[in-house]
Design a binder for this molecule. Sequence first.
Ligand code: SAH
Length: 261
Amino acid sequence: MADATGGEFYEENFEPRAYLDDYFNLGKDGAGNEYLKLTLPHFCKAFGPGGLSGDTLIDIGSGPTIYQLLSSCEAYKEITPTDYSKRNRQELEKWLKKESGAFDWTPVVKFVCDLEGNRTSVTEKEEKLRRVVKQVLPCDILKTNPLEPLLVPQFDCVLSSLCLEGACKTHDEVCSAVKNMSNLSKPGGHLVLCGDISCSHYQVGDVMFSALVMNEEILRKAVSEAGYTIDSLELTSRDDPKVMQETTDFTGIYFMVAHKT
Ligand code: SAH
């Protein structure tokens, strides 16, 4: 397949609304929402009672999505989503500002509230997230300072879901990207990294994106070379990797928590 990763390819071809409709619709059958359903319990556990917490969290390559922030918004005072693509940042802003035509995240928020034992209502959680997000920033994870030209204080937690697979063309680039993430982290700060295992492609609307195939070995290498110690690394397999294989061929997900030493 033609090479279709990297920020520029996303900027031009990634249709935020198609991505949301294809993969974040909880009513849909198939592999569409499988990543979402496999990942949310991990976020819930990582940021739940007794889990990670602090003042500031940055999400790298947020895309147009908020699912990855629904548990951490209860644990951090300020959250900064980021993305390379302007259209993704705009789609996110649309939801944050409650503009008309924004994606309806309510079913996903309800799913998370249920997972968390309904400590908060759907409306409370949505309002909480809108309150803790102060700004959405442009970002290029392949730059030493991914927020260039901005210089901002380091964060207590760096989170990234499904970004390395789309932003990086080689495993060496993954190592650089994780080092760049670590530049944004306070000493002792946490890294929460998740994504899919063995995924070589996924379709968004009519466009096929290639993905960098990830495995446990490269994850461990990239994270330790960037000065992190792994606290936990969980791999969860899909029930049936053959379902919807022509749309996306991931076999499972990884969810890692590490801290900067
Ligand atoms: N985090 C979201 C989106 C994943 S899709 C989710 O979990 O669903 C991959 C995202 O990485 C896209 O939004 C794309 O614009 C972004 N991206 C691609 N190259 C990037 C780069 N160099 N720096 C930062 N983000 C990048």
